[in-house]
Ligand binder design. Structure first.
Ligand code: PMP
Length: 443
């Protein structure tokens, strides 16, 4: 299903329009309102009644096909047969967890560690990206004896009480132990200085400075991945964090598993410009198991040992073998189907197509992309325009192409499809975007 957009400007359904929906949809929405209530929001002005997915496509109850270009969670596509098979095989054998000696878990864990930078040697499993980030911060607080956390201005790191307290994109006040820095909207060189001064500010409070946590591609801030041929600005940030006595947590919940193109991790494309980037803690989720609940905190052995000496982590349901079988299949499929290479190739193809569209449509502003993570700023008369961005997302949905929105102003269209996205999928997206731009021009 289309991924959750954590911005208040997202293309959510407006309940005030429920009576305008076709009868069957209206009944479903009303059932949903009665049982799920108002906190669980539906995407799109015309909500989707999805019954099935296959590859990059979703199908509604009437059999209508949608191109899913907005959801990063099914990394290798909806209903991939190898994932389905892995899940079914393991489920038939029952499930165990981290408190038993599970050979499949050991195999997977070793495989996962094999994809990590040197030094990140231990994995703690969780069931969601939120839990992973929550645990990562616990580990950082344990190591530093401090509480303060630094995040970017429109960051989203989770739904637990603690992670929500350092997720400014949710719109509520962040906790007093949180400091906010600007996302790297330019060349990224200002970020290290900003982090250093935020850390110094925290050091002067009762909280002190424990960790800087950032999505490696700054997706909810509007997608600012940096360029592989420019200096890796995150290295300077890492140095600033360490100089201030804190830990760097790379939130790879959205960017992990090959999406960025040059490697499995969201920061790997920056390695090309210099030494490998090695954060203190990496968190993984969402895309790790193609949509099944699994997440991971990967960090140094000394940090885990230090944590285990003073704290306990007991979470048997956070490491279930069925999710892990899906995760193993994801790793295998990304390798066997060359999906990292596909990310690079199709991402570049899409970006080139968008550049061509931009020649005819003033509404297309800056396009930022790395692999199959693409952000397109939507403009009117030279200024970012959230109403036009929303109209485009709605028009595309009506043309059976699903994309998301991100950024603090809700002016950036997000394309983050399954990594199996093909050139034909990209062509369809570009054709429909062209038509949607023409259709919305009058608005
Ligand atoms: N961090 C980032 C960067 C995310 O995008 C998300 C979810 N969209 C989370 C954390 C939270 O993950 P989950 O929804 O699995 O709890």
């Amino acid at each position: 299903m289309p991924g959750p957009n954590t911005n208040s400007q997202a293309a959510f359904f407006d309940n005030a329009t429920v009576d305008e929906l076709p009868e069957t949809t209206r009944q479903l929405v009303e059932r949903r309102n009665r049982s799920l209530g108002s906190a669980s929001r539906l995407l799109y002005a015309a909500p989707l009644d999805v019954v099935r997915g296959s590859g990059t496509r979703l199908y509604d109850a009437d059999g209508i096909e949608f191109l899913d270009a907005g959801d990063n969670v099914p990394t290798v596509g909806h209903g991939h047969p190898r994932v389905v098979d892995a899940i079914a095989t393991r489920a038939a054998r029952g499930t165990s967890n981290v408190h038993y000696l599970d050979r499949d878990m050991l195999d997977y864990t070793e495989n996962l560690l094999g994809t990590m930078p040197r030094g990140l040697a231990n994995v703690l499993y969780a069931a969601s990206g939120s839990e992973a980030n929550d645990l990562a911060v616990r580990i950082a607080r344990n190591a530093t004896g401090s509480r303060g956390v630094i995040v970017t201005r429109n960051a989203y790191h989770g739904a637990t009480a603690e992670t929500a307290a350092f997720s400014p994109s949710l719109g509520s006040d962040v906790a007093p132990w949180v400091r906010i820095v600007d996302a790297p909207t330019g060349d990224g060189s200002a970020l290290a200085t900003e982090v250093a001064s935020a850390a110094a500010e925290l050091a002067d409070t009762e909280f002190g400075f424990a960790a800087f946590i950032a999505d490696s591609v700054f997706a909810s801030d509007g997608i600012f991945p940096g360029a592989p041929d420019e200096p890796n600005f995150l290295t300077a940030v890492l140095e600033a964090v360490h100089a201030a006595g804190g830990l760097y947590i790379a939130d790879e919940v959205q960017s992990g598993f090959g999406r960025v193109g040059t490697g499995l991790l969201g920061f790997s494309h920056l390695d090309a410009a210099g030494d490998p980037f090695v954060p203190d803690i990496v968190t993984l989720g969402e895309s790790i198991a193609n949509g099944l609940p699994l997440a991971a905190v990967i960090t140094r052995r000394d940090l885990v040992d230090d944590f285990a000496r003073r704290d306990h982590y007991v979470a048997p349901n956070s490491s279930n073998s069925v999710s892990m079988a899906a995760a193993q299949a994801v790793l295998d499929i990304v390798r066997d189907e060359n999906l990292v290479e596909n990310s690079v190739a199709i991402g570049a193809y899409l970006a080139a197509g968008l550049a061509m569209l931009a020649e005819f449509h003033d509404a297309i502003g800056q396009v930022r992309h790395t692999g199959l993570l693409v952000g397109v700023d939507i403009m009117r008369n030279g200024a970012p325009d959230d109403a036009l961005a929303l109209a485009l997302v709605t028009e595309l949905r009506n043309r059976r192409v699903l994309v998301g929105m991100c950024g603090p102003l809700g002016v950036t269209l997000t394309v983050r499809p399954a990594l199996t996205f093909s050139a034909a999928d990209a062509d369809l997206l570009l054709t429909e975007l062209d038509s949607a731009l023409r259709a919305t021009r009058a608005i």
